[in-house]
Design a protein. Sequence first.
Length: 505
Amino acid sequence: MNHRDLTYWTEMIFRRRVTVIEVAAVVFGLVVIGTIMWPPVYQGTAKIFVRDNRAELLVSPGMGPNSQQNPAVVSNPVSEEDLNSEMELLTSTYIIKRAIEPLQPPAHEKGIAAPVVNGVNYLLSLPGAGYRAMHAAPNLDSHEAWALDLGQHLSASIIKKSDIIEVNFRSHDPAWSKQFLDLLLSAYLDYHAHISHDPAAEQFFSRQAKLLQGKLDDAENHLRDFQIQSGITSVDDQRSGLVERLDQLQLAYDKNQSDLAFSEQQAASFKDLLDGTPARLSKETRQVQNMALAQLKPQVMQLRAERAELLTRYQPDSERIRQIDAKLAAAQKILDTEDHLEVSEKSTDINPLWVTENTNLNQAKAQVAALKASQDSIGAQVTETRKQLTDMASNVVILDRLQREVQNAKDAYLSYTRKSEEARAAEALNRSRILNVSVAQPATAPLRPVFPNVPINTAAGLILGLALGLVAAYRQEENDPKIYSSATIAELAGLEVVAVLNDEF
C-alpha cells in the first residue's frame, strides 16, 4: 500500500471506469428518482411574542401619572421559564385537539407516493396496535390519533436573545400548513384567554374593598375623635409652640424670682432704716402737778387726823386703829411710787423721714406680695405647660398608632381597589383577546418545500454515486488475480520494480 500513489489510483479508475460509471449512475438515478417521487414537505412558520405586561397603560387607583407604581414606566423582563411554559403549551396535544376539533381527519395520503406512504404507515402502526391489544390499552379515536400525528410534525423554539417563540409545522400540503397553524394559534389564544379569565376575581376584590373601606372609615373616625379630644391638629407646630412658651415662661419665672429677691432685700433694708428712725420728733417739754396725787394727799391727812382722834378713845391694837393704819399704808405706798407729785408733758411732731421710709417699706412689701403672686402664677403656668408637653408626648404615641392604622387600612383598601380594577380590566382584555402573548408573525403559506431539496439531493446523489463507484472499483481491483501495476508487483514480491515494459516494445 505504501507504493500506491496517485498514478495507481488513476490507472485503477481508468481500468474500472465502466464499474465506476455504472455504480455512480445507478446510485445517482435512485437518488434522483427518490427525490422526484418523494412528496414535498412544506413548512409553515408563525411567531409568538411574549411580554410581561399585556396592558402597558393600565389605569388603577393610585397609579396616576405622578405615581411611582406607574406600570407604563415599570417593565419586568420575561423569564426563560415563561417562554418555556408558552412553548410547551403551544405544542401540547390538548391545544392540537382543540385546534382540529371542528375538522374531520383525512382518510389517507394523496399523491404519487400515497400508496407507498400509506402502506409504510400501516406497517408501522401494526406493532403499536398489537401492543395495545396485548395489554388492553384504550384505543385512540381518529381525532386523538390525528392529533398525535400532527404533534410529531409540530415544533417550537425560542429565538435567541428575544422574547419570540417560533412555531413550525411540516406538511405535504402548503395550504394545510398555513391552515393548521392558524387553527393552532386561534385555539392557543382562546385557551390563554380562558386560563387568564377569572370572573370571580373582580367580585372577590370588590367585596374585600368594601370591607376594607369600612375599616378605613372606622380608623379615620377614631383618629378624628382623638384629635378633637386631645386638641392636636399639627404635632410639630403645637410641640414647637409649647416648647417656645415653656422657654418664655421659664425666663419670666427666673426674672420674677430675681425681682422678688431684690424686693425682699429692699424691704428688709427699709425695715432696718424704719426701726432706727423715730416716728415723732420732740417740740416742747413741761412739768405739771399730778392731779391724782393732789387728791390723794388730803385723804392721807384726813386719815392721819382720824387716827389721832381714835387713839384717844381706842387702844393702838384695836380693830379700828388697824383699819386706819392699813389705809394709810396703802396711800403712802401710792405716794412713794409716783413722780414726786409732778408730771412731765411733752409736745411732739411726726418725723418726715420716718414717714418716707415707712412709705417705701409699704411699697416694697406690696411689691414683694405682687411678685410672690406673680411667681406662683408663672410657676403654675410652667407646671401646666410641662404637663401639656408630657401629655402631648403620650398623645403623639397614640396619634402615631392611629395614623398608622389609618395608613395601613388605606393601603389595604387601595390595594384591593386596584386589584379589583385590574381584574375588571383583565376581564375586558380577555374578552378583547388582548393577552400577554400576541401573534408577532401570522402563519403564511410556504412558497417552496423544505424537503426534498432537489439541487442538494442531486449533488449529494452524484457525490454518493461516485464514492460508491470508487469503492466498487477498488473491491473489484482487489478481487481480480491479474497484476496490472508495478505497485502490486512490489507489494507481492517485496522487490523494487526496475522497469515496466509496454506492449509496443
